[in-house]
Design a protein around this ligand. Structure first.
Ligand code: FES
Ligand code: FES
Length: 160
């Protein structure tokens, strides 16, 4: 007979998401992407490959862009997390979001949240990136339909 999961399989964790304090019980076997999507309903973070290769799930943890699909949820205890839902302030789009629209930098949009979060982390660390800096920052983000020229232009425009 299958044994029920022991109570200690879950840990109460506290962290912030998009500036909001969060405290909740988290199972030891889930990823940060699952925590965000399934427990916090922040479904802007997408899961593509699920193995750290496409960048669709990228979020910012303590200032660094990380692939949430391979980040154990338990690792974010006490962390400051930013997701794509935290970019716009009320109805005002973040400059990167505006630039992605203005430059046609997405089609299906599946990669877009991850692109935006990688670019956000870059611009926070380096407000005046070179083209090479942008390419380096986005190298882990794969887009299957738009191509990369418009995305590059959008990040350059947002930086300006
Ligand atoms: S879904 Fe996380 S890197 Fe592809
Ligand atoms: S816009 Fe479709 S994968 Fe990038």
């Amino acid at each position: 007979m299958k044994q029920p999961a022991p109570d200690n399989a879950a840990t109460v964790m506290a962290f912030t998401v998009n500036g909001r304090d969060v405290s909740l019980s988290v199972r030891a076997d889930i990823t940060l992407a699952e925590l965000l999507r399934d427990q916090l309903a922040l479904t802007g973070t997408k899961i593509g490959c699920g193995s750290g290769e496409c960048g669709a799930c990228t979020v910012i943890v303590d200032g660094a862009a990380v692939p949430a699909c391979i980040t154990p949820a338990l690792l974010v205890q006490g962390a400051d997390i930013q997701t794509v839902e935290g970019l716009a302030i009320e109805d005002a789009l973040h400059p990167l979001q505006r630039a992605f629209i203005d430059n046609g930098a997405f089609q299906c949009g599946f990669c877009t949240a991850g692109m935006l979060m990688s670019a956000t982390a870059l611009l926070k660390q380096n407000p005046h990136p070179s083209e090479a800096d942008i390419r380096m920052a986005l190298q882990g983000n794969i887009c299957r339909c738009t191509g990369y020229v418009q995305i590059l232009k959008a990040v350059q425009e947002a930086a300006r």
